[in-house]
Each structure stands twice: as structure tokens, then as C-alpha cells.
Write a new protein. Sequence first.
Length: 343
Amino acid sequence: MNVKALILCFMPVFAQAQGFSGMASDATGFTLPQPDPQFTFPADHGAHPDFRIEWWYVTANLTGPDGTAYGLQWTLFRSAMAPETQDGWADPQLWMGHAAVTTPTAHYVTERLARGGIGQAGVVADPFQAWIDDWRFDGIDSGTLRATGPDFGYDVSLTAQGPLVRQGEDGYSVKSTSDQASYYYSQPFYRITGTLHLPDGDIPVTGTGWLDREWSSQPLADIQTGWDWFSIAFDAGTRMMVYRLRQRDGADYYSATWIAADGTPTPYTNGEVLAVPLQDTRVDGHTVPTRWHVTLPAQGVDVTVAAVNTDAWMTTSIPYWEGPVTIDGSAKGVGYLEMTGYE
């Protein structure tokens, strides 16, 4: 199967995985998340082919020797045309990889596509291995991350400095008032060291990283068009996750998790957190908000979130904005912002 044929297979399925309105389509035959999930590790680090959509998503805020800020992304998406696996090209599991490095003046992006059943992409839970072609993510608590592209690449090591964190209601993450939901946990405490391979040469970097693990079959309601997702690492050692799901009726749906320095999560639901755009950027024909005001009054959070590089547009088959951000206000820190579904 050639690349064009693969993209035609992927488009209707991975449009869902990137937060567009198709994510609300019928999930007949697939498993749906239920409240009070019983996660089992390391098994749940692996794939869940009976669910339609799943991802292994690493972002990192990094610093070079001269203090320059960089961002790194490594993502493996799995999406299913049917809730099963088979050997060979008949396998209905589709895989997509996205990798990026962001600097203050450049944004490097590359993409990989694969069909399940032939060994080109996959995930093994124990010992943990995730791959697509030569891109690899090996090890959850302590491991390595690698990706290559036409004009960039990276090799980094990750070491968890805290526990896994369940998002939402003990890992059951509600997405709407109509009870759409996903299973969702994170590792927000990675310490990262390694090397970025950029056109001007190799750059040694250190910093912090964040892993998101999420799977579902119908996580959006039919009135929702996309999301704005924030991961924040405060200098004090605390963490925060926030997302806003945009709705056509203007009544956007919010969720947040405050994560103490020891990893204890406190979930917050709709009405308890707010993210308000302050400044828009026109990038690649799309208007996206790249400066935000984020508040979580219960934790005294009142911060401005600003893009390191406002042009961090992912020019992939399914395009979206993703890049590192700085945090200023009631507390300082760094983080990552993903925005999908913008015209």
C-alpha cells in the first residue's frame, strides 16, 4: 500500500483522534469507558484495541546550554476501523506518529503512518516499548525516546521523579454534560536529558517532560468541535492539567487536575476553571489563540500562558497547533499547549 492510499485510510479515523467533530461519531461495536476504572499496570501501558482511539503522548520543555528554550513532542496514535486485531494487512488497527521540535524561531515537524499487523508499529506493555518505523519510546518509569525527520531528530532519556497520576474521576475523564468520557492517566514528572539534532548542529538539553495516556471510543459530544489542552509544570514542583472543549453553543466544557508535588491529584470540573484567549495569531491560514489567561481559584492560580513560538503549527495530515509555553503570574513555570479544530 503506498503512502497516498494510507493517508486516505487514515483521514476519516485520525480526524477523530485529533479532536475534531468526527470524534462524536457512532461507536457501535467498540468498548465505551465506564466510571470507576480499574487500571492494571503494566498492562494498561499497552494497547486497547477494543477501543477506537488511543495515544501515547510525550511533550517536553527543554533548555540548551545558553538558556534557549526548546519544546519536544513524540506521539503515537492508534485508531481502529474495527475492535479487533489480525495478522498482516487485514488488521484494522491504524497507527500514526507525530514528532516535533520547537525553538523560539523555528518549528520542525514530521509524520509517520503505518498499518497494524505487519510489525511496522505497535506497543508492548511489559517491558514497555512503543514504536513506529525507527521511532522508539522504551520504558515508562525510566527510558529513552527517539525520533528522526528530514531536517531534525532527537535522542533523550526520561526518568520519572513522581508517580503516575489519574486524571478526572480516578482515571475516568468526563468530556461533556452528555457523559462522553475517556480513560486518562499521565506521568507529569519526567526529568529529561539528551540531544536535539537540528540543522545548525547538535544541542545538549535538559528539562521536564509529560506523558499523557488516553483511550476511548466516543469522547466528544456532537456539538463539540475541538479542544485547547494545557499541561503546566510550576517551578514550585506542582503540576496542572486543563482542557477546554469548545462547543457550538458557546457553553464550553472544562476540566482540570491540580497535582501536588508528591503526585496527589485534585480534580476540578466544569465551572471551577477558566481559560480565556488574550491574543490570536494567524498561522498557516488558521487563526489560533497563542496567549491565554488561565485561572483555578481553588488553588490560587491566576496566570498568563504564552507561546514560545506562535508559529508552532503541525503541518501533518491532520493539522493542529502544538508547542511549548511559558507561565507567568501567581506562579511561574513552563508547559505545553495543544489546540485542535481551528478554522
